[in-house]
Design a protein around this ligand. Structure first.
Ligand code: FAD
Length: 470
């Protein structure tokens, strides 16, 4: 083994977990290599996840605003047309720039980037197989696995990449499907449904459970369902696809709904029923790296170390929400732990966001969870219709809901459905992280007029409940 191939840390995967781990390790003085099999760095989030989906959400929002909303502001436009190819090209440009930025970031931190598929050969030993050229063996004091996840494939609905597709293909349709079926009412289905609904598709979401985005506070998910229905979404709840047959340019689907059996035809069928950890080919079995037999997730301790000392795992590979910021937070904590520093992730303060319109964002416990845990709680809600800024913008749908401990007033959960909830939730995350009371949010001065005044008002309502019992 040449000196050149010896590292303090080898990271397999360059996604939100992997590249952040590399940078943090380099900052702490480690000699680092990043192994990535994809030609572009940045993983799912940058290439086929968060970023392209948000680029399309933002572009389609402009299109929908120009078509339906500008006139209420006294702006008359005519002849608004969709140029889907230009919209897609812009999205591709955003992705290209950001993935290139990751390369520059790694290079600036002197991280060695190795193109190829990584596989564990033993503790501290990684083999990298490039698409062309000879394989390389690396030696490392520590190895972090950050290979992410892939879409779950339903046996009765095998992806064909054209008619029955995963989120990856739904980001690159070359024309607007007239009828888009979406199996799964989670955040990926709802966000991509929003894109195509705005661009003209009739979107039907087929969900097995009685409500969409079932992890949300139920008051929020019911409101989201109502508002999306108003935008033209059709929801078939407590329904499942029994069978799907791809025809020439359409998919014929047999459904079991609450009302009985039904047949539908869609131009495209997006299957978005979840993702599973991507561990195939990593050599975990040979080394005895333990995985959860139910979920396939790699089991780790509080330092993200697997059952094999010196091998760590982070991000979508491990338990918890499959979110880019969770992967990045784990990357930092894992690397700092390897470096002997005290570092941890607070899983009670993970924001989760759905970029529909209105947006949905939450942190902490839902009302249902507090009931189940028998925690005494206060609720403060405030509608955006009462916020001056929301009225100015004509964005009055939705509300903020603050859940606080009935005695201490400590913030236990914040749930927002409304304009720019994605940015507003940061204050809620800080409140939960710092153990703030609803009273603290109520007392802090908020700029006027802003959306976040709705959070302040909701916090005041929760405070009144804690003090006066109402
Ligand atoms: P990944 O980003 O999946 O990166 C893993 C990397 O490892 C990939 O580059 C892969 O090519 C590489 N790799 C795999 N196996 C090997 C191997 N053997 N050798 C070398 N390289 C390998 N999250 C959010 O927080 N916000 C969002 O808005 C959001 N939107 C999303 C929208 C969509 C449509 C999807 C699909 C996901 C979205 N996510 C979002 C989830 C987010 O993308 C993931 O949680 C995040 O990418 C996980 O990061 P990771 O580092 O664990 O893995």
């Amino acid at each position: 083994m040449t000196e050149e191939n010896r590292y303090d840390l080898v990271v397999i995967g360059s996604g939100a977990g992997g590249y952040v781990a590399c940078v943090r390790a380099a900052q702490l003085g480690m000699r680092v290599a990043c192994v990535e099999k994809n030609a572009r760095l940045g993983g799912v989030c940058l290439n086929v996840g968060c970023i392209p989906s948000k680029a399309l959400l933002d572009s389609s929002e402009h299109y929908a605003t120009a078509r339906h909303r500008l006139s209420e502001h006294g702006v008359r436009v005519s002849g608004v047309e969709l140029d889907l190819a230009a919209m897609m090209a812009r999205k591709d440009q955003v992705v290209a720039e950001l993935t290139e930025n990751v390369r520059k970031l790694l290079e600036r931190h002197k991280v060695t980037i190795l193109a190829g598929t990584g596989r564990l050969l033993g503790p501290g030993k990684v083999r990298v197989e490039p698409d062309d050229g000879p394989a390389v063996e690396l030696q490392a004091k520590a190895v972090i696995l950050a290979t992410g996840s892939e879409p779950v494939q339903v046996p009765s609905l095998p992806f064909d990449g054209r008619l029955i597709v995963s989120s990856t293909e739904a980001l690159v349709f070359d024309r607007v499907p007239e009828r888009l079926g979406i199996v799964g009412g989670g955040y990926i289905g709802l966000e991509l449904g929003t894109v195509w609904n705005r661009l003209g598709s009739q979107v039907t979401v087929i969900e097995m459970l009685p409500r969409i985005a079932s992890l949300l506070d139920s008051q929020v998910s019911r409101t989201l369902e109502r508002l999306l229905r108003r935008q033209g979404f059709e929801f078939l709840l407590e329904s499942r696809v029994e069978e799907a047959a791809a025809e020439d340019d359409a998919v014929r689907v047999r459904l079991r709904t609450k009302k009985g059996e039904e047949e539908r035809v869609f131009d495209r069928l997006l299957v978005a029923v979840g993702r599973r950890p991507l561990t195939r080919g990593l050599g975990l079995e040979d080394l005895g790296v333990a995985t959860d037999p139910q979920t396939g997730q790699i089991m780790v301790n509080t330092r993200y170390e697997t059952s094999v000392p010196g091998i760590y795992a982070i991000g979508d590979l491990t338990a918890g929400p499959m979110l880019a910021h969770k992967a990045s937070a784990e990357a930092v904590a894992c690397v700092e732990g390897i470096a002997g520093l005290e570092s941890e992730v607070n899983y009670d303060a993970v924001p989760s966001i759905i970029y529909t319109w209105p947006e949905v964002a939450s942190v902490g416990k839902t009302e249902e969870e507090l009931k189940q845990l028998q925690v005494p709680y206060c609720i403060g809600t405030y509608p955006f219709a009462g916020a001056g800024r929301a009225r100015c913008m004509g964005e009055t749908d939705g509300f903020v809901k603050v859940l606080s401990h009935a005695r201490s007033g400590r913030v236990l959960g914040i749930h927002i459905i409304g304009p720019r909830a994605s940015d507003m939730i940061a204050e809620g995350v800080l409140a939960v992280e710092c153990g703030a009371a609803a009273q603290d949010i109520g007392r802090v001065m908020h700029g006027h007029p802003t959306f976040s005044e709705a959070l302040q008002e909701a916090a005041r309502v929760a405070t009144a409940c804690a003090i006066y019992g109402r």
